[in-house]
Write a protein that binds this ligand. Structure first.
Ligand SMILES: NC(=O)c1ccc[n+]([C@@H]2O[C@H](COP(=O)([O-])OP(=O)(O)OC[C@H]3O[C@@H](n4cnc5c(N)ncnc54)[C@H](OP(=O)(O)O)[C@@H]3O)[C@@H](O)[C@H]2O)c1
Length: 447
């Protein structure tokens, strides 16, 4: 038994009790020491390996348990894994696979078995959610029984959240928070002391921001263009998990929201939902009609759009954004009247927050229009790697999510179904390929 299990570092040194201590140590303190001591960890585990593109993942036993390195890494035992579209799209379309054989998986809930350092806010046996955006480091992939994570990518779960629920929301939360906070400049400091990411990224030395996201982080949106409470945001693909978390966070920050969805499929659920009911729900079936409905309702007040589906819908969403001359080269004067702020007085005073003079901002989670951004609009991609590459950002996000979950301000998305065992992941991904998982998450319970 002892040769199979190895004790991991940071093991609490058991003090030899002195006569005084033998009397003084209260029972709760002993329990606390027991709770903080690292858990036994096997040397090998079962993982899912991808050996080539367009092949199923292979269940593989006797694979080494990943080793922690450095002061920020924690080892977590997997309990439930949330499946993401990238997990089937990457092998099917042969992208985002940096090496073979590859281990996939972006998020899980589990139990801390080894904490990173004595000062860490994490301790052994903590129930946590791990968000693994660092897909190039196979030790951090979640399709395995033990996973390494940065402490600044690990969120403690409150007792009210089950492992299955905890495994559903990590990637979507990070994408939503960065889209809103960095690309749109939303300040979350009034929401349980959340991060002001616009300011935070500007405090990071520019050379510490990866070159491919530096422009988005530092020049993506100007200070006077930032989204503030009362501004409108339209989300095309409102049934997705990333839309779910985006709507929740946007509403907490006081934005007004529009979801474009297949209303026959999702309308009733979304219209009656406690946390993701939007101010306007628009049917996606006829895209041009959806654009017309948004434009006639918003009358030039919509500057922010997030698309979660792909290039085509992002291109359509662009037409709904204002200034409304984005879709057509010139704006006829009649149409200009239509775009005037509905609440504005007949002779509007010169105001710097006139939405018709500010740029439109389109964020693509899955793709952006092929054309370059027309005058008056800016395109954005979510700088997701900030989460694992910049500890200050990761830390700000995970500690905020801990508070949001503990206070019940953010709710996990619906669980559509739960599969059991790492071996069932291929089946789960097939269900996702067929479009069976809609309006929520498929979760795999592992232990
Ligand atoms: N850039 C980033 O950093 C980032 C981060 C997170 C996610 N993403 C991307 O954003 C997109 C949404 O991710 P998500 O996790 O929010 O998605 P999700 O929760 O899995 O939802 C996607 C939606 O797409 C539809 N759908 C389901 N299966 C499908 C299939 N086989 N083919 C076409 N449509 C299908 C469903 O909506 P309906 O039933 O209503 O059609 C479903 O609600 C994905 O492409 C993902 O890769 C990007």
């Amino acid at each position: 038994m002892t040769s199979f299990f190895r004790r991991i570092s940071f093991q609490k040194t058991k003090k030899t009790p002195t006569a005084a201590a033998a009397v003084a140590v209260p029972e709760e303190q002993e329990e606390e020491e027991e709770e903080e001591s690292p858990l036994p960890t096997p040397q090998t585990q079962t993982v899912l390996l991808l050996h080539a593109a367009r092949q199923p993942y292979q269940l593989t036993e006797n694979y080494p348990v990943p080793q922690v390195q450095g002061e920020h890494e924690v080892l977590v035992r997997t309990q439930a894994i949330g499946l993401n579209p990238i997990d089937w799209k990457a092998p099917d379309f042969n992208f985002a696979i940096p090496e073979l054989p590859y281990i996939s998986g972006r998020e899980l809930a589990g139990e801390v078995v080894q904490k990173p350092n004595e000062k860490s806010r994490l301790k052994a046996r903590d129930r946590v959610l791990v968000i693994s955006t660092d897909y190039r480091d196979l030790r951090k992939a979640t399709y395995q029984e033990y996973v390494v994570a940065f402490d600044y990518n690990t969120v403690r779960l409150p007792p009210s959240i089950s492992p299955e629920e905890g495994s559903t929301l990590g990637v979507a939360f990070v994408a939503a928070a960065l889209a809103l906070g960095v690309c749109m400049g939303v300040d979350f400091s009034s929401v349980l002391d959340g991060p002001d990411l616009f300011t935070l990224v500007r405090k990071i030395a520019p050379e510490l921001l990866a070159e491919d996201v530096r422009g988005e982080c530092l020049d993506g949106i100007a200070g006077h263009e930032r989204a503030v409470a009362g501004d409108w945001l339209a989300i095309w693909g409102g049934s997705s998990t990333s839309a779910n978390l985006t709507i929740q966070l946007a509403k907490l920050a006081g934005l007004k929201t529009i979801a474009v969805v297949d209303k026959a499929k999702h309308g009733l659920r979304l219209a009656n939902h406690t946390s993701i009911r939007t101010d306007l729900l628009v049917d996606s079936h006829d895209p041009q009609r959806a654009v017309d409905i948004i434009r006639s309702n918003l009358k030039g007040k919509l500057r922010f759009g997030i698309d979660t589906r792909g290039r085509d819908t992002a291109t359509t969403l662009l037409q709904a954004l204002s200034p409304s001359n984005l879709a057509t080269p010139s704006l006829p004067s009649a149409a200009a009247d239509e775009t005037a702020d509905v609440d504005a007085p007949p002779s509007p005073p010169a105001t710097p927050h006139d939405s018709t003079q500010l740029s439109a901002h389109l964020i693509g989670l899955t793709g952006l229009p092929k054309q370059s951004a027309p005058e008056g609009a800016l395109f954005h991609t979510v700088p997701i790697k900030l989460f694992h590459e910049v500890p200050e950002i990761g830390d700000a996000l995970v500690q905020w999510l801990e508070r949001l979950l503990a206070q019940g301000l953010v709710a996990p998305p619906e669980i559509i179904d739960v599969e059991h065992g790492l071996g069932s992941i291929n089946k789960g991904l097939d269900r996702m390929r067929k479009g069976e998982i809609s309006g929520g998450k498929l979760v795999v319970r592992v232990a």
